[in-house]
Design a protein around this ligand. Structure first.
Ligand SMILES: [Zn+2]
Length: 99
């Protein structure tokens, strides 16, 4: 499991808390930052199919948010630096922060 970049910790914590509160039967089997975006895999076998769909959409919302969240400072103005597969904002990009 690859390390979660520091700028994404809030986002990931928010997601974990949401899961704990709303989906106590669901366990996270993978959460990583491979290839510049957030990967989340959960074991939702305890949920009914409709519940799974709703959960899937909620998780997707966090994944989408990760695509514009700076991996260094967590600001919402990050952009995908496709060549390096990281998401950084212009400020951090200038300082060549290693996400
Ligand atoms: Zn930044």
């Amino acid at each position: 499991m690859s390390k979660i970049p520091v700028g994404w910790l809030d986002l990931v914590t928010e997601l974990r808390v949401m899961l704990q509160l709303a989906y106590p039967t669901v366990t996270v089997s993978e959460m990583s930052a491979d290839r510049g975006w957030l990967h989340v895999r959960v074991d939702d076998s305890a949920l009914a199919p409709t519940g799974r769909q709703i959960l899937d959409r909620r998780i997707q919302g966090y994944v989408t948010k990760s695509l514009s969240t700076c991996m260094c400072c967590g600001s919402g103005s990050g952009r995908d630096r496709a060549d390096r597969r990281v998401v950084t904002c212009d400020e951090c990009e200038k300082e060549s922060c290693d996400a």
